[in-house]
Structures are given as C-alpha cells and as structure tokens.
Design a protein around this ligand. Structure first.
Ligand SMILES: [Zn+2]
Length: 111
C-alpha cells in the first residue's frame, strides 16, 4: 500500500516567545552588598571575646558580661553573631543557664 508519508509539514516557526533557561543578565555574583544589612548585632572582631581576654572559666555571676550574649528576650545569641569560639560558646551557654537558675537572667522575657 502507499507509503504513509507523514505529510506533517509543520513548519511552525515557533521558538520565539518561550524564554529559555539561559542565564539572565544577572551574573552569579551578589548585586552589590551595600551597607545596612539586617541584623542588629554589630559584627565585632571575629575573635572570641573570651579568648582575647583570656577568660577560661566564664563567671556565671557576671550578669553584665553574660547579658552581652543574651538577646533582649532572653535568648542566647548564636555564635555566628557574637564571634565567640565554639569552646567558649558552650561554656557561655552553661554559664547563662546557671545564671538563669539563680535568677540572674530571665528565661524569656514576657512581653
Ligand atoms: Zn574563645
């Protein structure tokens, strides 16, 4: 029988209109990290405070010291914001919890 000529002469000139996944005008770089980033904690020196002052055992009674690492609502500020090294952060956490237990610091400030 006759050959099935697939006469689909579909000369649809498509292709324009669909935006391909090609890279846009934006490069991989950040769009200019200007000042005024979020985060209310200033980035201090990247060195641990306790290492700098050579404080080995963190005094849990020193509330003014501990409050530097406690947020307003009583949360412990994460290490990346304070720059405290891992060792001292753990000691600091224990010190803060001890201070909480003797009611020097609030567990969480109710608002
Ligand atoms: Zn340290």
């Amino acid at each position: 029988m006759p050959e099935e000529t697939q006469g689909k002469s579909s000369a649809q000139a498509e292709g324009q209109g669909t935006t391909g996944p090609g890279p846009g005008p934006r490069g991989p770089g950040r769009p200019g990290g200007g000042p005024g980033g979020r985060g209310k904690f200033f980035r201090r020196k990247k060195v641990c405070k306790f290492c700098t002052e050579k404080i080995d055992a963190i005094p849990y009674r020193d509330v003014r010291l501990l409050q530097q690492f406690v947020a307003e609502r009583g949360k412990i500020v994460p290490r990346r914001l304070t720059g405290v090294c891992t060792t001292h952060q753990r000691r600091l956490t224990r010190a803060i919890k001890q201070a909480r237990n003797i009611a020097l610091l609030p567990f969480a400030t109710r608002h």
